[in-house]
Each structure stands twice: as C-alpha cells, then as structure tokens.
Ligand binder design. Structure first.
Ligand SMILES: [Zn+2]
Length: 189
C-alpha cells in the first residue's frame, strides 16, 4: 500500500515518535517515556526511521516532540476504537495548532516533493505539521482505518497497516509471536 512515498515515510515517523516517546506498555513490558539524553536519542532515532540521517535532536526539540507524540497517539487510539470522528477532530486541531503549510522542496538530488512547515521554523514544529498532514492524508482516504494500536496483551504501541489486505493487528512480529504462542499453549494444556 502506498499513499505516496513521502506520506508513507512521514506516517512511519509518526508511528516511531508515538512508540518511542509515549509511556505505556511495549511487547509485554512497561514502557517508560524516556527522559533526558535518552529522550533526545529516542526522538532522533524515530525521525531517522525513514532512512534519512537527520541531525541529532536537541533536548528542547525532544521535549517538544514528546508533546507532539502524545497528541499523535490520540489519533491512532481513536481510529483503533472505531471513532473516526474523534480522530479527524484531533488531526484538525493539530493542523490548526501547527499551522501546517504546504511547501514544495527539492534537496539531496530528489525530485520536487511536498513538505509541510509549521510556524516559527522550529524543527519540532515542522515535524508536528508534517505528521499531522500525513495523518490527514491517511484519514481522508479510503484506507483511513489502517492506523492501529497493538491488540496483544500488555502492549499499546501503534502501527500503520501497509499490508495489501489490511489485516494487521500487532505492532511487531514480537507481539504476533507472543499471541500465537499463548494460543498454542492454551490449546495444548
Ligand atoms: Zn505490540
């Protein structure tokens, strides 16, 4: 599945930011929101999910991105419980707050592609605007229900389902295997 390659990349970053920076549970274990230097490292890693080597995130940017991640999480959770209206409301709020403005950009030998900038020219603001816009593209399309929250026990990490048939239910193969193993044990005891 492909919204368009840039949107796909930014949605992947949104997933990465939520999973790295929001507290909850991950693959059967508590997931504490990172702090201090760990927070900046986690945020940097999330931005680089698309394969680009972005500069290290500063502590200030990481704190801002952590707020962004919390706001993005609401979108995934709303879609996961079938509340597309709430998801749309949240995305519209984010688009407004970030003042997302389309801007054609060309760099690193790539063809022209659409970026979204926020107010103030801060990196976290630009990412917030980009993530909000990418989620708006997803929610506004036929595949709006492809955002999800892991259904494995003790996991609330999020995902975007890019499979052809759209049957993904887990954040990772780790969770898929945990559930499979549990089901197997339940059948054989
Ligand atoms: Zn999971």
């Amino acid at each position: 599945m492909n919204f368009n390659s840039h949107t796909d990349g930014v949605v992947a970053v949104a997933v990465g930011l939520v999973n790295a920076l929001t507290a909850g549970e991950a693959r059967g274990r508590p997931h504490l929101a990172p702090g201090g230097e760990e927070q900046a490292a986690a945020a940097t890693q999330a931005l680089r999910i698309g394969g680009r080597h972005y500069a290290e995130v500063t502590a200030e940017e990481a704190a801002e991105l952590t707020d962004v991640a919390a706001a993005l999480r609401v979108v995934f959770e709303s879609v996961a419980r079938g509340d597309a209206d709430e998801a749309a409301r949240q995305v519209n709020t984010l688009l407004k707050e970030t003042d997302a403005r389309p801007h054609l950009d060309r760099h690193d030998g790539e063809p022209w592609h659409l970026h979204f900038h926020g107010t103030g020219g801060t990196r976290a603001g630009d990412w917030a605007a980009s993530c909000a816009t990418a989620l708006a593209v997803v929610l506004g399309g036929d595949l709006f229900d492809r955002l999800g929250v892991c259904t494995a026990p003790h996991c609330d990490r999020v995902y975007v389902d890019v499979s052809r048939n759209g049957t993904r239910r887990f954040c990772s193969t780790a969770c898929q295997n945990r559930v499979k193993t549990a089901a197997f044990r339940a059948r054989n005891t």
